[in-house]
Design a binder for this molecule. Structure first.
Ligand SMILES: NC(=O)c1ccc[n+]([C@@H]2O[C@H](COP(=O)([O-])OP(=O)(O)OC[C@H]3O[C@@H](n4cnc5c(N)ncnc54)[C@H](OP(=O)(O)O)[C@@H]3O)[C@@H](O)[C@H]2O)c1
Length: 300
């Protein structure tokens, strides 16, 4: 630890956030210290601030682990990273892209993309429901399905929610075998259960919500026992993907314009507190509109 300090946006009690001054750590073995340029505010930040999730009563908790920046110091035993390298940590593209990838091709066990134009998949014509295709994770899921050779028009806006199940069934022409639910709203789960195949697979991004309330998934399972239900994980057990998807495959897909990141809403005006609070409020109030909310933390 050095005697240096820096400012951080933190949750200081349930529902309370503010900018605080904290000691700047020196990186330990296997660690690097990153000077943060941008940080994305994601739904998980609101679960932590507003519900105390993952905090276990130990305040303050610094927010903004979804970040990009420049390596400022390198601890012992670190290979492949040097001072001055631009890096991202659990940042918006990797987080949601990796989640979508694992959920589709690991949890739902769909054949993955081979990243070749001629690739055809065994489920090319199977209707697959991506509910919440406007969410960041949903946008990556739709792109990945298309890359993997799924031919059905899965990127369709079906309008208002009240007769959504009927509309989905009409569009699909048959009951749904595979579902990726990026929103996991309790009411919508019930609708989906009415159109899913009796031996279908449903992957949900957690937590399940009802309005602004979060509910344990097991308490709100409206599906028959024959339907396989999986709560999606960002990191899966597949060793090859764990070692290659984020560090190698994703950067190539972005460089070659094969995967498009979603739009960004940048909070770069006003004080640090204003920028962080503004971005958090947009996510907290459900005002996100297909964009990722990015806070400018520091000029590099
Ligand atoms: N490991 C994991 O399990 C994991 C990983 C990443 C994310 N997640 C979770 O997945 C969820 C989505 O995350 P994200 O980052 O993809 O979210 P996001 O980008 O912040 O999602 C916002 C979008 O969701 C859409 N949306 C909101 N409510 C909706 C509803 N009731 N029906 C349909 N669409 C709705 C809106 O699209 P329109 O603007 O088109 O209306 C909005 O633009 C969050 O709960 C997050 O915590 C879980």
């Amino acid at each position: 630890m050095t005697s240096k300090t820096h400012l951080a946006f933190a949750s200081t009690a349930v529902g309370v956030t503010s900018v605080i001054e904290i000691p700047t750590p020196s990186p330990g073995p296997g660690e690097v210290m990153v000077n943060v340029a941008y940080s994305a505010v994601i739904p998980l930040d609101t679960y932590m601030t507003d519900y105390g999730r993952l905090i276990h009563g130990e305040y303050p908790v610094v927010l903004g682990f979804n970040l990009s920046g420049v390596v400022e110091a390198v601890g012992s035993g670190v290979d492949g990273l040097q001072t001055g390298y631009k890096v991202c940590a659990f940042a918006t593209i990797p987080d949601d892209f990796i989640t979508a990838f694992y959920t589709l091709f690991d949890c739902l066990e769909l054949p993955p993309p081979m990243f070749t134009i001629s690739a055809l998949t065994s489920h090319a014509e199977t209707p697959i429901l991506v509910y919440g295709a406007g969410a960041t994770s949903g946008q990556y899921a739709v792109q990945l399905l298309s890359l993997a050779g799924y031919r059905r028009d899965c990127n369709r806006s079906l309008g208002a929610a009240h007769d959504m199940a009927k509309k989905i069934l009409l569009a699909a022409g048959e009951s749904i075998q595979f579902v990726l639910d990026c929103i996991s709203a309790e009411g919508m789960l019930k609708s989906i259960s009415s159109i899913v195949n009796s031996n279908g697979i449903v992957a949900m991004l957690l937590p399940v919500t009802e309005g602004s309330r979060h509910i344990a998934g097991k308490d709100v399972n409206p599906f028959p026992d024959s339907v396989k239900l999986v709560g999606a994980k960002t990191l899966a057990q597949n060793e090859y993907l764990r070692d290659n998807l984020m560090p190698n495959i994703l950067p190539r897909l972005l460089e070659e314009d094969i995967i498009q990141p979603n739009r960004v809403c940048l909070f770069d005006q006003g004080s640090f507190q204003d920028r962080c609070q503004g971005a958090l409020d947009v996510v907290r109030n459900g005002q996100v509109n297909g964009e990722k909310n990015l806070v400018k933390v520091a000029s590099m």
